[in-house]
Design a binder for this molecule. Structure first.
Ligand code: ATP
Ligand code: MG
Length: 556
């Protein structure tokens, strides 16, 4: 440590919001270069490399082959796939000296498809799984939380290529199992949840989430069955109800443009009212119906309707539309507007809703009798206690960090690039693909979030920058003993960090050792002359005085 480039800080960096951000900076693992762009100092680089090594070993074990594609990519393939424009502001775009357009790769489906198109011509060349561990670039809107969400970050991305759907299912299964082994070896507590495929397209998709307060994802978890899903992917069942309802009736409801004022005026609960949100989908005005007591999740609506673009309506959109009465929209008689609704607005349910006239509402408005739903979409914000779609028990909601994502992409990219191989029968067969990502640098932060305590970082052995942190708590005899112990430990193959810094008090050194978070701390202090050291276990905080020979035997 007298030579190590790792300056510890007593104070939290001013801009740090999350525990991992604060501690990784304070313990000298990373330093900010610019917004969302980080320098990995020696200790951090070691942890990052340990994560990469485990990822690499498990990818190799399923037969995936490591390659390294460029990060600097030409625009054309991304125009073919449509993502040059679909990615919007997320893409770092640049020009070379001749004016040709390039981008910094945010993910590499296009380029891998082209590599396989170039290399594989027959069904005999498949299946193939390729991966890389590489720097990715995304101009994130909110690059915060340190390396959790960077604009430049490390990702392991892999891609599978198969000739049949069964082959793809098998490649997907192999990745899923490799991911479980990776996260177990890393010591990351994780859950596998159903995900929305979003802009990627394709069918089956699951996310690996690391539960943590600092996470930006919310997932639901059923306390009584195995159901777990990203809240964006939760789908509730449509449960039609039968029964007679009185005829539709219009009522005067002056000054009731909000659900609260309406419910109070009519003396009904907000859940009995039907709220109709107007949005623009690729420029077309569409109404979205949800129970009055529920909120619409616009992000989720966007995910469901992707790649269509969803926007809120503005005052101008009402001009020349006398059929749309702000605050008093109802689905009955709204002929020119497509009607999307939450599954809770099931056939046979009866509602209080707008009458499409100012200051007027309608009651006994029955779904299937007075109006039809054009399409059901799950867009309400999920709340704790909502029924589990699989068993009906009340769902729990938790926060988590997305650490991995696996997709069955299908033929989307193979279609875009005409990726065929010659099949068994001598005819061309279209290839089907999977894509699989792990946030390698994000995993470092996720591990820090899950394991750190108020004293500092606390690494699982598999990723720690060293196995033992030897502290010379004093000069002369303690220093000599510490050096001797460090040499012996290193000779037996352990990775040792030796705190031989002169002129620092034992207290300062121990505080730093706890902040740095190596699993074992061996202190040569006051009793060094007798050959006695103190052995501390960072995670549990247990400490014990014992002869140095015994301490070494135990550690090795
Ligand atoms: P997020 O929803 O967090 O933005 P994503 O769904 O866009 O992530 P993917 O395209 O699935 O991310 O990328 C694969 C993996 O790369 C993610 O599961 C995550 O672990 C990691 N990752 C994505 N974006 C970032 C980022 N900005 N910084 C660090 N890691 C990231
Ligand atoms: Mg993802």
């Amino acid at each position: 440590m007298s030579r190590l480039m790792a300056k510890t800080l007593r104070e939290d960096p001013a801009d740090a919001e999350t525990l991992s951000h604060r501690l990784l900076v304070r313990a000298g693992y990373v330093r900010r270069s610019s917004a969302g762009v980080w320098t990995w100092l020696p200790l951090g680089k070691r942890v990052l490399d340990n994560v990469s090594r485990i990822v690499r070993e498990e990818m190799d074990a399923i037969g995936a082959q490591e390659v390294l594609l460029p990060a600097l990519l030409p625009k054309e393939p991304y125009e073919v796939s449509g993502r040059w424009s679909e990615y919007g502001d997320l893409l770092f775009r640049l020009k070379d000296r001749k004016g040709a357009d390039y981008l910094l790769g945010p993910t590499h489906e296009e380029i891998f498809t082209l590599v396989v198109k170039d290399q594989c011509t027959s069904y005999k060349d498949l299946p193939v799984m390729l991966y890389q561990i590489q720097t990715k670039y995304r101009d994130e809107a909110r690059p915060r939380s340190g390396v959790l969400r960077g604009r430049e970050f490390q990702m392991k991305d892999s891609y599978s290529f198969d000739v049949s759907d069964e082959g793809l299912a098998e490649s997907y299964r192999l990745h899923r199992e490799a991911y479980v082994r990776i996260f177990e070896r890393l010591g990351l507590d994780h859950r596998i949840v159903s995900a929305v495929s979003g802009a990627m397209g394709g069918s089956a998709s699951e996310e690996f989430l690391a539960p943590a307060e600092a996470g930006e994802d919310t997932f639901v978890d059923c306390p009584s069955c195995a159901y777990a899903a990203n809240t964006e992917a939760v789908t509730f069942a449509l449960a039609p109800v039968s029964g007679e309802h009185p005829a539709l009736e219009e009522v005067d409801t002056p000054d009731t443009p909000t659900i609260e004022t309406l419910a109070a005026h009519l003396g009904v609960p907000a859940s009995a009212t039907l709220k109709n949100l107007l949005v623009k989908v690729d420029g077309e005005i569409v109404a979205v119906g949800v129970p009055g007591d529920r909120e619409v999740d616009l992000g989720k609506l966007g995910e469901h309707l992707a790649p269509a673009v969803v926007e809120l309506v503005t005052a101008e959109d009402f001009e020349g539309r006398p059929d749309l009465v702000r605050g008093y929209v109802g689905p009955q008689g709204l002929e020119k507007v497509r009607y999307l609704a939450d599954p809770r607005v099931a056939p046979g349910t009866s509602w209080v809703t707008g009458a499409n006239r100012a200051d007027t509402h309608a009651r006994n408005v029955v779904c299937g009798r007075d109006f039809e739903v054009d399409r059901y979409v799950d867009v309400v914000v999920v709340e704790p206690g909502d029924p589990c779609p699989s068993c009906g028990a009340g769902l729990r909601l938790d926060r988590a960090i997305e650490i991995g994502h696996i997709f069955q992409l299908g033929r989307k990219y193979a279609d875009a690039f005409g990726l065929d191989v010659l099949g068994r029968e001598g005819k061309p067969v279209r290839v089907t693909m999977g894509s699989y990502g792990i946030g390698v640098s994000r995993a470092v932060a996720a591990l820090a979030e899950q394991t750190a305590d108020e004293r500092g970082l606390c690494w699982p052995a598999a990723v720690a920058p060293a196995d033992v942190h030897v502290v010379a708590a004093g000069k002369a005899v303690p220093l000599a003993l510490a050096e001797e112990a460090a040499t012996a430990l290193a000779a037996s193959g352990l990775r040792v960090l030796l705190d031989d810094r002169p002129g620092l008090s034992p207290g300062v050194k121990l505080t730093d050792a706890e902040l740095i978070g190596v699993p074992w701390i061996l202190v040569a202090g006051r009793r060094s002359a007798d050959g006695v050291v103190e052995l501390q276990h960072r995670a549990t905080g247990t400490r014990e005085e014992l002869p140095v020979s015994e301490a070494l035997a135990r550690l090795t």
